[in-house]
Write a protein that binds this ligand. Structure first.
Ligand code: SME
Length: 156
């Protein structure tokens, strides 16, 4: 097993432990953001956006680890997060400078991956990760994030 897969397996167990813990939901989500940002060298900003239950076509920023962002509310279709929400599937952008529909948070960000959080097949939110590396994401990142999103959706 290569090192990346081992790391993701360990992190998957860590996320399950956090989800099954006794703290409240926002604390759990924050702990997950901090775990991922702390352990994966190329995860430089890790956060959650949730579908606004009132305005079902807008995302609202939830817990995150990393620099504060001005993008606290994002419409479906806007930026990488909004496109992922509209498609209800994982969206990987290996080079954000080539993506025209992009909402920049920090000039140091070079790539981004977003995976949807689903409940009964419907999108309820997403996990968003920015990296300062160019093209760091592999299929392992995709599977890992989709797997943890399934576990995290138990909180909803
Ligand atoms: N870059 C995102 C906006 C959110 S920040 O990365 C935290 C986008 O294009 O949707």
């Amino acid at each position: 097993m290569n090192d990346e897969i081992k790391l993701f397996n360990n992190l998957f167990e860590g996320v399950k432990e956090i989800v099954g813990g006794t703290s409240d939901r926002d604390e759990k989500l924050l702990a997950i953001c901090e775990l991922l940002k702390g352990e994966v060298s190329y995860y430089d900003w890790v956060g959650f956006y949730f579908v606004d239950p009132e305005v079902k076509t807008e995302l609202v920023l939830g817990s995150y680890a990393g620099e504060p962002t001005e993008h606290k509310r994002i419409s479906f279709g806007a930026g990488i997060c909004g496109q992922a929400a509209e498609r209800n599937e994982t969206f990987i952008v290996q080079d954000v400078s080539k993506e025209t529909n992009y909402l920049a948070c920090s000039p140091s960000v070079k790539s981004e991956i977003v995976a949807p959080l689903k409940k009964d097949g419907e999108i309820i939110g997403e996990i968003d990760i920015d990296s300062n590396n160019l093209a760091p994401f592999t299929e392992e990142d995709r599977w890992f994030l989709e797997d943890i999103c399934m576990v995290i959706s138990r909180l909803f």
